[in-house]
Design a binder for this molecule. Structure first.
Ligand code: GMT
Length: 379
Protein backbone atom coordinates (compact mmCIF):
# COMPACT_ATOMS: atom_id res chain seq x y z
CA UNK A 1 0.00 0.00 0.00
CA UNK A 2 1.00 3.62 -0.43
CA UNK A 3 0.23 5.32 2.85
CA UNK A 4 0.34 9.05 3.59
CA UNK A 5 1.03 9.83 7.25
CA UNK A 6 0.24 13.22 8.76
CA UNK A 7 1.43 13.99 12.28
CA UNK A 8 3.02 16.58 14.53
CA UNK A 9 6.72 16.08 13.84
CA UNK A 10 7.76 17.02 17.39
CA UNK A 11 8.95 15.14 20.47
CA UNK A 12 5.34 14.50 21.61
CA UNK A 13 4.09 10.93 21.83
CA UNK A 14 1.74 11.18 18.86
CA UNK A 15 4.58 12.18 16.53
CA UNK A 16 6.75 9.38 17.89
CA UNK A 17 4.02 6.78 17.37
CA UNK A 18 3.26 8.04 13.85
CA UNK A 19 6.95 7.98 12.91
CA UNK A 20 7.65 4.54 14.35
CA UNK A 21 4.49 3.25 12.68
CA UNK A 22 5.57 4.59 9.29
CA UNK A 23 9.05 3.15 9.63
CA UNK A 24 7.72 -0.27 10.61
CA UNK A 25 5.14 -0.24 7.80
CA UNK A 26 7.94 0.56 5.37
CA UNK A 27 9.86 -2.49 6.62
CA UNK A 28 6.72 -4.51 5.95
CA UNK A 29 6.82 -3.44 2.30
CA UNK A 30 4.53 -0.41 2.25
CA UNK A 31 5.48 2.88 0.65
CA UNK A 32 5.26 5.62 3.26
CA UNK A 33 4.86 9.35 2.70
CA UNK A 34 5.23 11.57 5.76
CA UNK A 35 3.51 14.89 5.12
CA UNK A 36 4.30 17.38 7.89
CA UNK A 37 5.66 20.89 8.45
CA UNK A 38 9.12 19.61 9.39
CA UNK A 39 10.93 16.30 9.39
CA UNK A 40 9.66 14.16 12.30
CA UNK A 41 12.30 14.07 15.05
CA UNK A 42 12.58 10.29 15.09
CA UNK A 43 12.69 9.99 11.31
CA UNK A 44 16.41 9.43 11.02
CA UNK A 45 16.56 7.09 8.08
CA UNK A 46 15.12 7.93 4.74
CA UNK A 47 15.00 4.62 2.88
CA UNK A 48 13.80 3.91 -0.64
CA UNK A 49 10.18 3.50 0.49
CA UNK A 50 10.07 6.26 3.12
CA UNK A 51 9.47 9.75 1.80
CA UNK A 52 9.09 13.08 3.52
CA UNK A 53 7.14 15.99 2.04
CA UNK A 54 7.28 19.32 3.79
CA UNK A 55 4.21 21.49 4.15
CA UNK A 56 5.22 25.09 3.59
CA UNK A 57 3.09 27.95 4.82
CA UNK A 58 4.18 31.18 3.14
CA UNK A 59 4.17 34.14 5.54
CA UNK A 60 1.89 36.94 4.48
CA UNK A 61 1.65 40.12 6.57
CA UNK A 62 -2.12 40.41 6.17
CA UNK A 63 -2.65 37.17 8.08
CA UNK A 64 -2.50 37.29 11.84
CA UNK A 65 -2.62 33.46 11.76
CA UNK A 66 -0.99 31.70 8.82
CA UNK A 67 -3.47 29.24 7.23
CA UNK A 68 -1.69 25.92 7.97
CA UNK A 69 -4.76 23.71 7.40
CA UNK A 70 -5.15 25.19 3.92
CA UNK A 71 -1.50 24.56 3.05
CA UNK A 72 -1.71 21.03 4.48
CA UNK A 73 -4.85 20.10 2.55
CA UNK A 74 -3.36 21.47 -0.68
CA UNK A 75 -0.16 19.50 -0.07
CA UNK A 76 -2.19 16.35 0.59
CA UNK A 77 -4.04 16.79 -2.70
CA UNK A 78 -0.76 17.26 -4.58
CA UNK A 79 0.99 14.33 -2.91
CA UNK A 80 -1.94 11.92 -3.32
CA UNK A 81 -2.02 12.74 -7.03
CA UNK A 82 1.74 12.70 -7.57
CA UNK A 83 2.45 9.46 -5.68
CA UNK A 84 -0.93 7.74 -6.12
CA UNK A 85 -1.29 7.42 -2.36
CA UNK A 86 -3.96 4.84 -1.47
CA UNK A 87 -4.87 5.95 2.03
CA UNK A 88 -4.18 8.82 4.44
CA UNK A 89 -3.52 8.10 8.10
CA UNK A 90 -3.74 11.28 10.14
CA UNK A 91 -2.62 11.45 13.76
CA UNK A 92 -4.58 14.00 15.77
CA UNK A 93 -8.02 15.25 14.92
CA UNK A 94 -6.84 18.88 15.19
CA UNK A 95 -6.30 20.04 12.50
CA UNK A 96 -5.13 16.97 10.59
CA UNK A 97 -8.43 15.10 10.24
CA UNK A 98 -10.09 18.37 9.23
CA UNK A 99 -7.45 19.16 6.58
CA UNK A 100 -7.53 15.57 5.30
CA UNK A 101 -11.29 15.74 4.83
CA UNK A 102 -10.91 18.91 2.75
CA UNK A 103 -8.23 17.18 0.67
CA UNK A 104 -10.48 14.16 0.19
CA UNK A 105 -13.33 16.37 -1.05
CA UNK A 106 -11.04 18.25 -3.45
CA UNK A 107 -9.71 14.96 -4.83
CA UNK A 108 -13.23 13.59 -5.23
CA UNK A 109 -13.96 16.48 -7.59
CA UNK A 110 -11.27 15.00 -9.82
CA UNK A 111 -12.58 11.44 -9.50
CA UNK A 112 -9.88 10.34 -7.04
CA UNK A 113 -10.99 8.59 -3.87
CA UNK A 114 -8.66 8.47 -0.88
CA UNK A 115 -9.98 7.23 2.46
CA UNK A 116 -8.90 8.74 5.77
CA UNK A 117 -7.95 6.89 8.94
CA UNK A 118 -7.82 9.18 11.99
CA UNK A 119 -5.96 8.23 15.16
CA UNK A 120 -6.94 10.11 18.29
CA UNK A 121 -4.09 10.63 20.74
CA UNK A 122 -5.52 12.49 23.69
CA UNK A 123 -4.86 16.19 23.73
CA UNK A 124 -7.00 16.50 20.60
CA UNK A 125 -9.89 15.10 22.66
CA UNK A 126 -9.45 15.64 26.37
CA UNK A 127 -7.58 18.95 26.59
CA UNK A 128 -8.09 21.00 23.45
CA UNK A 129 -10.59 19.31 21.14
CA UNK A 130 -13.56 19.48 23.47
CA UNK A 131 -13.21 23.25 23.92
CA UNK A 132 -16.39 24.86 22.53
CA UNK A 133 -14.28 26.84 20.03
CA UNK A 134 -13.10 23.61 18.38
CA UNK A 135 -15.76 21.06 19.23
CA UNK A 136 -18.00 21.30 16.12
CA UNK A 137 -15.01 20.98 13.78
CA UNK A 138 -13.50 18.10 15.77
CA UNK A 139 -16.83 16.24 15.92
CA UNK A 140 -17.28 16.75 12.18
CA UNK A 141 -13.74 15.56 11.35
CA UNK A 142 -14.07 12.41 13.46
CA UNK A 143 -17.47 11.58 11.98
CA UNK A 144 -16.24 12.15 8.44
CA UNK A 145 -13.18 9.90 8.84
CA UNK A 146 -13.47 6.53 7.13
CA UNK A 147 -11.99 4.80 10.18
CA UNK A 148 -11.16 6.13 13.64
CA UNK A 149 -8.79 4.65 16.18
CA UNK A 150 -7.98 5.64 19.76
CA UNK A 151 -4.80 4.72 21.60
CA UNK A 152 -6.62 3.38 24.68
CA UNK A 153 -10.05 2.26 25.82
CA UNK A 154 -10.06 5.23 28.17
CA UNK A 155 -9.57 7.65 25.26
CA UNK A 156 -12.33 5.92 23.31
CA UNK A 157 -14.68 6.32 26.31
CA UNK A 158 -13.70 9.99 26.69
CA UNK A 159 -14.33 10.62 22.99
CA UNK A 160 -17.77 9.03 23.12
CA UNK A 161 -18.58 10.98 26.30
CA UNK A 162 -17.40 14.36 25.05
CA UNK A 163 -18.50 14.28 21.40
CA UNK A 164 -21.53 13.15 19.43
CA UNK A 165 -19.75 10.39 17.51
CA UNK A 166 -21.51 8.33 14.84
CA UNK A 167 -18.46 6.26 13.84
CA UNK A 168 -17.07 3.13 15.42
CA UNK A 169 -13.81 3.75 17.25
CA UNK A 170 -11.24 0.97 17.22
CA UNK A 171 -8.84 0.79 20.15
CA UNK A 172 -5.31 0.26 18.85
CA UNK A 173 -2.88 0.77 21.71
CA UNK A 174 0.49 2.40 21.24
CA UNK A 175 3.37 0.05 20.67
CA UNK A 176 7.05 -0.33 21.30
CA UNK A 177 10.01 -1.64 19.38
CA UNK A 178 11.37 -3.97 22.05
CA UNK A 179 14.67 -4.41 20.23
CA UNK A 180 15.39 -0.69 20.48
CA UNK A 181 14.88 -0.80 24.23
CA UNK A 182 16.71 -3.94 25.23
CA UNK A 183 20.06 -2.16 25.40
CA UNK A 184 21.40 -4.00 22.36
CA UNK A 185 21.34 -0.92 20.14
CA UNK A 186 24.49 0.29 21.92
CA UNK A 187 27.29 -1.56 23.64
CA UNK A 188 27.66 0.21 26.92
CA UNK A 189 25.05 1.35 29.40
CA UNK A 190 26.99 4.23 30.96
CA UNK A 191 25.47 4.35 34.41
CA UNK A 192 28.79 5.24 35.99
CA UNK A 193 28.86 8.59 34.18
CA UNK A 194 25.62 9.66 35.83
CA UNK A 195 25.61 8.33 39.36
CA UNK A 196 27.65 6.57 42.00
CA UNK A 197 27.10 2.84 42.49
CA UNK A 198 24.97 3.32 45.60
CA UNK A 199 22.75 6.02 44.07
CA UNK A 200 19.35 5.12 42.66
CA UNK A 201 18.47 6.78 39.35
CA UNK A 202 14.97 8.20 38.99
CA UNK A 203 13.85 9.45 35.56
CA UNK A 204 11.13 11.68 34.18
CA UNK A 205 10.53 12.38 30.49
CA UNK A 206 7.91 14.76 29.17
CA UNK A 207 7.32 18.00 27.34
CA UNK A 208 6.99 19.70 30.75
CA UNK A 209 3.51 21.06 30.16
CA UNK A 210 1.27 21.74 33.22
CA UNK A 211 -0.65 18.50 32.48
CA UNK A 212 2.52 16.53 33.38
CA UNK A 213 2.51 17.87 36.99
CA UNK A 214 6.29 18.08 37.02
CA UNK A 215 6.26 19.71 40.46
CA UNK A 216 5.00 16.35 41.74
CA UNK A 217 8.08 14.74 40.20
CA UNK A 218 10.23 17.09 42.27
CA UNK A 219 8.21 16.49 45.45
CA UNK A 220 8.50 12.72 45.11
CA UNK A 221 12.20 12.86 44.27
CA UNK A 222 12.87 15.24 47.19
CA UNK A 223 11.34 12.73 49.61
CA UNK A 224 13.16 9.77 48.04
CA UNK A 225 16.60 11.39 48.25
CA UNK A 226 16.04 12.11 51.96
CA UNK A 227 15.80 8.33 52.51
CA UNK A 228 18.48 7.02 50.14
CA UNK A 229 21.20 8.34 47.81
CA UNK A 230 19.49 9.18 44.51
CA UNK A 231 19.76 11.21 41.31
CA UNK A 232 16.97 12.58 39.12
CA UNK A 233 17.25 12.57 35.32
CA UNK A 234 14.93 15.19 33.86
CA UNK A 235 14.43 14.89 30.11
CA UNK A 236 12.44 17.35 28.02
CA UNK A 237 11.77 21.01 27.48
CA UNK A 238 8.58 22.93 28.08
CA UNK A 239 6.80 25.73 29.86
CA UNK A 240 7.31 24.36 33.39
CA UNK A 241 11.09 23.98 33.11
CA UNK A 242 12.13 27.24 34.78
CA UNK A 243 9.79 26.68 37.72
CA UNK A 244 11.26 23.22 38.16
CA UNK A 245 14.82 24.56 38.15
CA UNK A 246 13.90 27.24 40.69
CA UNK A 247 12.20 24.72 42.98
CA UNK A 248 15.22 22.39 42.83
CA UNK A 249 17.40 25.34 43.79
CA UNK A 250 15.10 26.29 46.70
CA UNK A 251 15.09 22.70 47.94
CA UNK A 252 18.88 22.50 47.65
CA UNK A 253 18.82 19.49 45.31
CA UNK A 254 20.11 21.06 42.09
CA UNK A 255 23.31 18.98 42.30
CA UNK A 256 21.21 15.81 42.31
CA UNK A 257 19.18 16.68 39.21
CA UNK A 258 20.48 16.31 35.65
CA UNK A 259 18.55 18.31 33.02
CA UNK A 260 18.99 16.73 29.60
CA UNK A 261 16.67 18.95 27.57
CA UNK A 262 15.17 17.37 24.47
CA UNK A 263 16.90 14.12 23.72
CA UNK A 264 16.77 11.57 20.95
CA UNK A 265 18.66 9.07 23.09
CA UNK A 266 16.16 8.26 25.76
CA UNK A 267 16.92 4.53 25.45
CA UNK A 268 20.47 5.32 26.61
CA UNK A 269 19.13 7.19 29.65
CA UNK A 270 16.47 4.60 30.44
CA UNK A 271 19.01 1.78 30.36
CA UNK A 272 20.55 2.98 33.62
CA UNK A 273 17.31 4.17 35.28
CA UNK A 274 15.83 2.42 38.31
CA UNK A 275 12.44 4.10 38.44
CA UNK A 276 10.27 6.24 36.14
CA UNK A 277 7.89 8.92 37.44
CA UNK A 278 4.75 9.90 35.50
CA UNK A 279 2.40 11.81 37.86
CA UNK A 280 0.34 13.42 35.04
CA UNK A 281 -3.05 15.03 35.52
CA UNK A 282 -4.23 12.99 32.55
CA UNK A 283 -2.69 10.75 29.87
CA UNK A 284 -4.57 8.99 27.12
CA UNK A 285 -1.88 6.29 27.17
CA UNK A 286 1.51 7.34 28.57
CA UNK A 287 3.94 6.27 25.86
CA UNK A 288 6.88 7.46 27.96
CA UNK A 289 5.89 4.97 30.67
CA UNK A 290 5.77 2.15 28.11
CA UNK A 291 9.22 3.11 26.80
CA UNK A 292 10.52 3.03 30.36
CA UNK A 293 8.96 -0.36 31.05
CA UNK A 294 10.42 -1.82 27.86
CA UNK A 295 13.84 -0.76 29.16
CA UNK A 296 13.16 -2.57 32.44
CA UNK A 297 12.23 0.52 34.45
CA UNK A 298 9.24 0.21 36.83
CA UNK A 299 6.77 3.10 36.77
CA UNK A 300 5.28 5.20 39.55
CA UNK A 301 2.35 6.97 37.93
CA UNK A 302 -0.98 8.55 38.54
CA UNK A 303 -4.09 6.42 38.14
CA UNK A 304 -5.66 8.38 35.35
CA UNK A 305 -6.86 8.10 31.74
CA UNK A 306 -5.23 5.23 29.87
CA UNK A 307 -2.25 4.79 32.21
CA UNK A 308 -3.83 1.84 34.10
CA UNK A 309 -4.08 0.04 30.74
CA UNK A 310 -0.29 0.28 30.51
CA UNK A 311 1.14 0.26 34.04
CA UNK A 312 -0.21 -2.56 36.23
CA UNK A 313 -0.52 -1.69 39.92
CA UNK A 314 1.77 -3.82 42.07
CA UNK A 315 3.30 -5.52 39.02
CA UNK A 316 5.11 -3.17 36.62
CA UNK A 317 4.95 -0.34 39.15
CA UNK A 318 2.28 1.45 41.15
CA UNK A 319 -0.65 3.79 40.51
CA UNK A 320 -1.70 6.60 42.86
CA UNK A 321 -4.41 9.23 42.78
CA UNK A 322 -3.44 12.36 40.86
CA UNK A 323 -1.46 14.64 43.19
CA UNK A 324 -1.00 12.07 45.95
CA UNK A 325 2.76 12.55 46.20
CA UNK A 326 2.93 10.84 49.61
CA UNK A 327 1.54 7.63 48.18
CA UNK A 328 3.86 7.90 45.17
CA UNK A 329 6.84 8.36 47.49
CA UNK A 330 5.79 5.41 49.64
CA UNK A 331 5.49 3.19 46.56
CA UNK A 332 8.79 4.41 45.12
CA UNK A 333 10.63 3.67 48.38
CA UNK A 334 8.97 0.25 48.58
CA UNK A 335 10.40 -0.68 45.17
CA UNK A 336 13.80 0.96 45.60
CA UNK A 337 14.60 -0.11 49.15
CA UNK A 338 15.07 -3.82 48.41
CA UNK A 339 17.39 -4.98 45.62
CA UNK A 340 15.51 -8.23 45.01
CA UNK A 341 12.20 -6.44 44.91
CA UNK A 342 13.62 -3.86 42.48
CA UNK A 343 14.88 -6.69 40.26
CA UNK A 344 11.44 -8.29 40.31
CA UNK A 345 9.68 -5.04 39.36
CA UNK A 346 12.21 -4.45 36.58
CA UNK A 347 11.55 -7.92 35.15
CA UNK A 348 7.79 -7.39 35.45
CA UNK A 349 8.03 -4.05 33.66
CA UNK A 350 9.68 -5.74 30.68
CA UNK A 351 7.11 -8.53 30.76
CA UNK A 352 4.20 -6.06 30.74
CA UNK A 353 5.75 -4.00 27.92
CA UNK A 354 5.80 -7.09 25.69
CA UNK A 355 2.00 -6.86 25.40
CA UNK A 356 2.61 -3.75 23.30
CA UNK A 357 5.18 -5.27 20.94
CA UNK A 358 5.05 -3.48 17.59
CA UNK A 359 4.93 -6.84 15.83
CA UNK A 360 1.53 -7.41 17.49
CA UNK A 361 0.11 -3.91 17.15
CA UNK A 362 1.24 -2.68 13.70
CA UNK A 363 -0.68 -5.48 11.87
CA UNK A 364 -3.83 -4.12 13.55
CA UNK A 365 -3.31 -0.85 11.66
CA UNK A 366 -2.65 -2.75 8.43
CA UNK A 367 -5.91 -4.64 8.90
CA UNK A 368 -7.77 -1.35 9.42
CA UNK A 369 -6.25 0.11 6.22
CA UNK A 370 -7.23 -2.98 4.26
CA UNK A 371 -10.80 -3.03 5.63
CA UNK A 372 -11.21 0.69 5.02
CA UNK A 373 -9.96 0.43 1.43
CA UNK A 374 -12.19 -2.57 0.81
CA UNK A 375 -15.25 -0.77 2.21
CA UNK A 376 -14.51 2.31 0.11
CA UNK A 377 -14.24 0.21 -3.05
CA UNK A 378 -17.74 -1.13 -2.36
CA UNK A 379 -19.09 2.42 -1.96
O1 GMT B 1 1.25 14.59 26.24
C1 GMT B 1 2.24 14.45 25.51
O2 GMT B 1 3.34 14.16 25.94
C2 GMT B 1 2.15 14.70 24.05
C3 GMT B 1 0.91 14.11 23.48
C4 GMT B 1 0.92 14.21 21.99
O3 GMT B 1 -0.11 14.59 21.54
O4 GMT B 1 1.86 13.90 21.29
O5 GMT B 1 0.75 12.76 23.91
C5 GMT B 1 -0.50 12.15 23.76
O6 GMT B 1 -0.32 11.10 22.83
C6 GMT B 1 0.59 10.08 23.24
C7 GMT B 1 0.74 9.06 22.12
O7 GMT B 1 -0.48 8.46 21.84
C8 GMT B 1 0.10 9.44 24.56
O8 GMT B 1 1.02 8.46 24.98
C9 GMT B 1 -0.02 10.53 25.64
O9 GMT B 1 -0.56 9.95 26.80
C10 GMT B 1 -0.96 11.64 25.14
N1 GMT B 1 -0.97 12.75 26.09
C11 GMT B 1 -2.04 13.09 26.80
O10 GMT B 1 -3.08 12.47 26.74
C12 GMT B 1 -1.88 14.24 27.74
Amino acid sequence: MKIGIVCYPTFGGSGVVATELGLELSKRGHEIHFITYSQPVRLELISHNVHYHEVNVPEYPLFHYQPYELALSSKLVDMVKLHQIDILHVHYAIPHAYAAYMAKKMLQEEGIYVPIVTTLHGTDITLVGSHPFYKPAVTFSINKSDAVTAVSQSLKDDTLRLFDIKNDIYVVPNFIDLEKHNGQGFTDCQRGMMAKDDEKIITHISNLRPVKRVQDVISVFYSIQKEMPAKLMFIGEGPEKEKVELRCQELGILDKVVFFGKSNEIDKILCFSDLFLLPSQTESFGLAALEAMASGVPVISSNTGGIPEVNVHGMSGFLSNVGDVDDMTKNALYILSDENRLKMFKANAIKQSKKFDLHTIVPQYEAIYEDTLAKCLVI
